[in-house]
Design a protein around this ligand. Structure first.
Ligand SMILES: [Zn+2]
Length: 238
């Protein structure tokens, strides 16, 4: 077969796969993997990974409160255990809480049993605090395979990634301006924006960047929603 024909076949298969993937992700209440919301509406979901952090998470919660917006926190079981009051505060203030494993394992590099234990332990820690089990799972590094999918499906949950053009790499604590620019210059309807409330530095650029990003996006007419709200919006449109 000619190279060109092979390329066409490959492209057709790719389009077919992508179409099915998209439909699958939004065809029922919760699909399997999502990385964006509806593109027809000016809605955005802010998400924060790796916390709670004893200082920065509270600072972020203060900012969210000031602007009266809701976000989603993908927490680590070990930090939820260490800072239970922050999880309770997140929940009481109307934010959504997702599972990000107990100790930040790479789902593709551990056995199914280890992953299951990390997942389950974190579900239980969160449930003990807020009386509610998360239905969202974000695998660390966005890395997952069928064993992670099996586990979340067993728990009637979904895998939540983020919009690829919206990764500010704020975990590496770049300049505030860099985070602001990455977010604002790439913003699109339905974006799931990835931030980190836990950073291993003396000061969090994320906290400072949010003070610029949120009012600017609000003035551009964007509405901030949790991941579950983002999905319901999508469902309503179908
Ligand atoms: Zn993480």
């Amino acid at each position: 077969m000619k190279k060109k024909t092979l390329l066409y076949i490959f492209l057709i298969l790719l389009i077919f796969y992508y179409k099915n993937f998209s439909i699958n992700a939004f065809s029922n209440n919760y699909g399997r993997v999502i990385n964006h919301g509806p593109k027809e509406e000016k809605v955005i979901a802010l998400t924060f990974d790796d916390g709670p952090h004893p200082t920065y998470t509270n600072q972020i919660l203060d900012i969210l409160k000031e602007y009266d917006i809701k976000a989603t926190f993908f927490v680590l079981g070990k930090f939820a255990e260490a800072y239970p009051d922050i999880i309770i505060r997140q929940w009481q203030e109307g934010h959504e809480i997702g599972n990000h494993t107990y100790s930040h394992v790479d789902a593709k590099r551990v056995s199914k049993k280890v992953l299951y234990d990390e997942y389950k332990k974190t579900q239980e820690i969160i449930e003990n605090l807020i009386n509610h089990q998360p239905r969202l799972f974000r695998p660390p590094y966005g890395s997952f395979d069928s064993q992670a999918l099996d586990i979340v499906e067993m728990h009637d949950s979904i895998i939540v990634l983020w919009s690829a053009h919206q990764d500010s790499k704020d975990w590496s604590n770049p300049d505030v301006e860099e985070i602001v620019n990455t977010t604002l210059s790439n913003i699109r309807n339905g974006d799931i924006i990835l931030f980190h409330d836990y950073v291993y530095y003396d000061k969090s650029s994320t906290v400072e960047a949010l003070k610029q990003i949120i009012p600017e996006l609000k003035s551009r007419g964007y509405r901030f929603v949790t991941i579950s709200e983002l999905l319901n919006l999508n469902q309503q449109q179908r």
